[in-house]
Ligand binder design. Structure first.
Ligand code: FNR
Length: 352
């Protein structure tokens, strides 16, 4: 059997193989962050296509944590009801439904990519003031955030925990904490965006405290059997920024807090960075974190070929391969990839 085709056991859940659908915002939720038929069709199609783990888009744990007014969320019982048909359909295809729990921090309240407008959404158009470690906007065109105070930070931690409870109730069998891409948790751990002088800033231990507290709270909320993944930006690709050595240290702490796999992405906390984008460009980050921290990792970013994905797992760079845009182009990529590598993926009866 191929390395890519091997099952992966994470606590009480077994992924059928190592190919996951990477979380991708669809900007297609209802006004209150409720998933719609689009989410059922979009995520359902990737489950039919054979992804072993289907991760939803960044789903906000609080309304003000949405990137745009069109983002999905999971902050109320109504969200639980709305997600249930999605998880039921995904699970019925043999895939494991997972949700990415997110808070956008200073990148909240922006126009979605296919809107006519750009930048921050004003109150008059359904926007809101974001929150962040400080009061600097991401870029001048975004809204100026309010710095979270002690009570606000504890409310964020509690919201992640409550969202995790809602997620399990909704039928998700795994959760991923979004701690990457310049969103709230990353804004706290990056020295480029956290200039706080209280216990939530300062040295690495202070800056990573929020991410670790969220991981601890989410683990407590879901109990011992539900896998918890964490997506991190393994480097800011900027001098003086967060780097992979920091990520190794954070990965160890997250795993101690109850995280099972570190999904290694990168960048996003500053608008300008020197990112060496190319095929599999983030896989070496997953490899270094896996080796130096001794944790399970996921690799993501321009992984488009079956042989490439196979090598990443076979060579020990990562335990899971997450596919983004290639799965938008071809929902059946997982089945095709496993077949091309010599496996015999089971097609749904309807298509067999
Ligand atoms: C993304 N990405 C992303 N990442 C994340 O952690 N949460 C999210 O909600 C989103 N949303 C999103 C939307 C769209 C349309 C794209 C294309 C990407 C990043 C994505 O998960 C992935 O990490 C990157 O796209 C790189 O992988 P690929 O696309 O090269 O396989």
């Amino acid at each position: 059997m191929t390395a890519l085709g091997q099952p992966l056991e994470l606590r009480g859940v077994t992924l059928p193989h190592r190919i996951a659908m990477s979380p991708m915002c669809q900007y297609s939720a209802g006004p209150d962050g409720l998933p719609t038929d689009w989410h059922l069709a979009h995520l359902g199609a990737r489950a039919v296509g054979g992804a072993g783990l289907v991760i939803t888009e960044a789903s906000a744990v609080l309304p003000e944590g949405r990137i745009s007014p069109r983002d999905a969320g999971i902050w109320s019982p109504a969200h639980v009801d709305a997600w249930r048909p999605v998880t039921a359909f995904v699970a019925a295809q043999g895939a494991v439904p997972a949700i990415q729990l997110a808070h956008a921090g200073f990148k909240a309240s922006t126009y979605w990519p296919f809107a006519q407008e750009r930048g921050g959404v004003p109150d008059a158009d359904g926007g809101w003031q974001p929150v962040a470690p400080g009061t600097e906007p991401f870029v001048p065109a975004y809204r100026t955030p309010r710095a979270l105070d002690e009570a606000g930070i504890h409310a964020v931690i509690a919201a992640f925990a409550q969202a995790a409870v809602y997620a399990v109730d909704a039928g998700f069998r795994a959760v991923e904490i979004h701690a990457a891409h310049g969103y709230l948790l990353h804004e706290f751990y990056s020295p480029l965006t956290n200039h706080r002088t209280d216990g939530w800033g300062g040295d690495r231990a202070g800056r990573t405290r929020l991410a670790v507290a969220v991981a601890t709270a989410v683990r407590d909320a879901v109990g011992p059997d539900v896998p918890v993944l964490a997506r991190v930006s393994a480097t800011d690709w900027t001098d003086g920024g967060w780097d992979v050595t920091d990520t190794v240290a954070l990965a160890r702490e997250l795993v101690t807090a109850g995280v099972d796999l570190i999904d290694c992405s990168s960048g996003g906390v500053v608008p300008q960075a020197d990112i060496p984008v190319g095929p599999g460009y983030q896989a070496p980050l997953a490899e270094q974190v896996r080796r130096d921290a001794g944790v399970l990792t996921g690799a993501v970013g321009l992984i488009t070929e079956p042989e490439q994905a196979e090598r990443i797992v076979a060579d020990g760079q990562a335990d899971l391969v997450l596919i983004g845009r290639e799965l938008l182009r071809d929902p059946y990529w997982p089945r095709r990839a496993l077949a091309k590598l010599g496996g015999q993926p089971h097609w749904p009866d309807q298509y067999a």
